[in-house]
Design a protein around this ligand. Structure first.
Ligand SMILES: [Zn+2]
Length: 309
């Protein structure tokens, strides 16, 4: 019985696919939906929403994979070469991007944004080997930046596949409305926090766009870099602990990609507690950050709970 039911489901799926192909009239000889790729799981989630059933998407980084420290395998590169478009964050996040072989057109979705620059007082340029420029790539911590990504993705898909431009535009408009609702929700949530508690200390320089948008101060970072692949000196750590003590900062925000030992040491020294949040990757679908929208709501909830205590 079960096998028959599954077979029926498979047939129904095939029929839906066939109907989908019949409707579209591609000028190119290629059959099937537009092949596109995305680098990070966050970007892949958003491309999937806007592309819907009109694209076949390959996302390079799996949920939980840190884009700061990623090198594609030959199999990854082969999958990418079959895509007409490759969506990337840009701003130095994907250090492998300049080494990709020519093939698919690379669309850096953050290319029209004015990036924050690295201005942390304890920054030492010579350690910053993984970020060749000093632009902060973590633009997705402000949903209004993601609304700009949405426009770039819509326009890129439409220019490759004009037959589905209306569908891409409709899904982009729907998603933009959800991003604006998310922004409103974050503003309402953060407004409940007294201004003297809006101080953020994180394991690397990840929350700058969030701080700028929602009225927080970045008081310090464990790793003086936009990348998780860097290490602080004893002097850096002592200075950070002084900041935490002086400002009575109750929590230290760490991502899943930096070794927790350093953060735990600072927490033990200062009495601040360690709160874990998501940085450059979604959780799996069963986790609390399975989509970008869930990722932001989860992170905001973690930040506010830790700073209210
Ligand atoms: Zn990061």
């Amino acid at each position: 019985m079960k096998a028959i039911a599954l077979l029926h489901a498979g047939l129904a799926g095939a029929l839906v696919l066939a109907a989908g192909c019949g409707r579209s009239e591609h000028a190119s000889p290629e059959a099937g939906p537009l092949r596109v790729a995305a680098t990070t799981s966050i970007l892949g989630d958003i491309v999937a929403v806007i592309g819907g059933p009109d694209i076949a998407l390959t996302t390079l980084l799996k949920p939980g994979q840190d884009p700061h420290a990623f090198n594609p395998t030959p199999a990854d590169l082969a999958a990418l070469s079959r895509a007409r478009l490759l969506f990337a964050n840009g701003l130095g996040l994907e250090s492998f991007l300049p080494r990709l072989p020519a093939g698919s057109e690379v669309i850096e979705v953050s290319r029209t944004l004015a990036p924050r620059l690295l201005t942390e007082p304890h920054h030492h340029g010579e350690r910053d080997g993984h970020t060749p420029d000093s632009a902060d790539p973590h633009v997705w911590f402000n949903p209004l930046n993601v609304a700009i990504w949405t426009d770039v993705i819509r326009d890129s898909l439409s220019s490759q596949d004009p037959a589905h431009a209306a569908a891409y535009a409709a899904r982009a408009a729907g998603y933009r409305a959800q991003l604006l609702a998310l922004d409103t929700w974050i503003r309402e949530q953060t407004a409940t926090l007294p201004p003297d508690r809006r101080r953020l200390v994180a394991d690397h320089a990840v929350l700058g766009y969030f701080a700028d948008r929602y009225g927080f101060t970045l008081s310090g970072v464990l790793v003086p870099s936009f990348s998780t692949a860097a290490e602080p000196s004893a002097r850096d750590l002592a200075a950070l602990e002084e900041i935490i003590r002086t400002n009575h900062i109750p929590a230290l925000f760490v991502t899943r990609s930096v070794s927790p030992a350093l953060a735990e040491r600072v927490a033990a020294d200062t009495g601040a507690r360690v709160a874990v949040f998501y940085d450059g990757a979604l959780s799996g679908p069963e986790g609390p950050a399975g989509t970008y929208l869930a990722f932001m709501r989860h992170n905001v909830t973690v930040i506010l709970q830790a700073l209210k205590e």
